[in-house]
Each structure stands twice: as structure tokens, then as C-alpha cells.
Design a protein around this ligand. Structure first.
Ligand code: DC
Length: 222
């Protein structure tokens, strides 16, 4: 299978670009962050704090997650319930980052990610796809941008959704999540040694897609 991995910090533009790549090549887009968000939502819904490792481990075996596609859009199904509408809530971002530090949680979701990637040509975005989930992926990219630009993009997104917030808070939250994602001991956020690094600070999503497609197309034209 052809797998294209796009790792990087929050707000770098991974999901926008990955959706465009999926549509360009008619392949599956797997948003792995949505899976960690689903796990966080599941844990919180059970009244468990995401940093209470013993309690999280206690309910992990009853977490049944499936990924489905409805009209081309990914849905996260947890224990038979489509929880996709709830996982973008602001509090879920940090909760997903915290629950994702637990190796057993990661292994469970990584197994599902690998199973999906082994059945279909895919573009996957996340933090550890090129380093840990699919170290032999056909194409690896690491998409980043300055913290200020990433926070600005997230601020615009929240404002568009009429969510009242303050830029400094968005920047602070993003920086805390970057730190937590990059400093966990198991499969942290880091560029794979063989990933192509793209700094999107001054690039539009279309320009990033042109770079990625240039690499992919060149491999098939040689
Ligand atoms: O991409 P996102 O913002 O939806 O991801 C939410 C959190 O999930 C992120 O802060 C860290 C975690 N995550 C991860 O650890 N590994 C992945 N492959 C994807 C996300």
C-alpha cells in the first residue's frame, strides 16, 4: 500500500493539507489525532481524569473504537456511538494530548491505525506516524510553522466558530501542548530522520500540497 505520512505540531495545517492530498489521489485520509480525541472523550465521559493512569487503564479494554467514512468524511465511532461532533471541543485538545502519553492507549490506537493503513492507500496525519506507526511508509513529511503563526490560525478558526477567546491564551495552550507532545517518553512528536520538513509559516495549503505532490509524482515518474 502507498502511505503518505504527515506529522507535525498542532496548527501546522496537517489536516487541511492531508484532506487535499487524499482528494487529489483518491486515497483515504486518516486523522489519527481524532482517535486520541475520541479516547479522551471516552475517558472523560466515564468521569475519569485523563491523567489518572490507573483508572484510564482500568477502562481501556472496554474502549471499542471504529473509524468509518460517511460521504468521504471520517467518523469516530466509540462503543457503537458516533462521537465525532464532540471531539473538537476546546477542552478535548489538551485532554487528548494528556491521554496520549499513556503507552497502552497509544498501542491500542496504533494497532487500529496500522490495520487501516495496511488495507488502503492512505494519507495519515499525526505526531508519530513516520517515526513509530509506519516507519516504512512510502512518503514522509513533517509539516511545521512558527508558534505565533500556528496560534494565529487556531485563533482565526475559533473566532470563525464564534468561540470567544483571547490570542494569548490560544498561544499559551498551543505551546503547552507542543511541549507535552514533544516531551513524552513514548513515541513523542519528532520529525522522522527520513521525513521531508516543510515550514508552512509563509505558505498556503495549496502551496504545501504542490510540494508534497511534487515529491509523490516524481517518485512515480522515474
Ligand atoms: O492532531 P490533533 O490536534 O487532533 O491531536 C490531538 C492530540 O492527540 C495531540 O495533542 C497529541 C495526540 N496525538 C498523538 O499523540 N499522536 C498522534 N499520532 C496524533 C495525535
Amino acid at each position: 500500500m502507498i502511505n503518505i505520512t504527515i506529522d507535525g505540531p498542532a496548527g501546522a495545517g496537517k489536516s487541511t493539507v492531508a484532506k487535499m492530498i487524499a482528494s487529489k489521489y483518491s486515497i483515504v485520509y486518516l486523522d489519527t489525532g481524532a482517535m486520541y480525541r475520541g479516547a479522551a472523550y471516552y475517558v472523560l465521559n466515564k468521569g475519569i481524569e485523563v491523567d489518572d493512569v490507573a483508572s484510564v487503564l482500568g477502562v481501556l479494554s472496554s474502549l471499542v473504537m471504529n473509524i468509518e467514512y460517511v460521504a468521504g468524511a471520517q467518523r469516530v465511532i466509540v462503543c457503537g456511538r458516533d462521537i465525532t461532533p464532540f471531539i473538537r471541543e476546546h477542552n478535548i485538545s489538551m485532554a487528548a494530548s494528556t491521554v496520549s502519553k499513556i503507552p497502552e492507549v497509544r498501542i491500542k490506537l496504533v494497532d487500529l491505525q496500522r490495520a487501516i493503513a495496511s488495507k488502503s492507500h492512505c494519507v495519515l496525519d499525526g505526531r508519530d506516524i513516520g517515526t513509530f506507526v509506519l516507519p516504512n511508509a512510502s512518503f514522509k513529511f513533517f509539516l511545521t510553522a512558527s508558534l505565533e503563526e500556528r496560534a494565529r490560525r487556531r485563533f482565526v478558526e475559533l473566532t470563525d466558530k464564534k468561540i470567544v477567546t483571547d490570542f494569548d491564551n490560544v498561544l499559551k495552550d498551543m505551546s503547552a501542548r507542543d511541549y507535552q507532545d514533544s516531551n513524552r517518553s513514548f513515541a513523542p512528536l519528532v520529525a522522522a530522520k527520513d521525513a521531508i520538513i516543510i515550514d508552512s509559516t509563509a505558505l498556503s495549503p495549496g502551496e504545501v500540497v504542490t510540494i508534497i505532490a511534487g515529491v509523490v509524482d516524481a517518485a512515480f515518474n522515474t
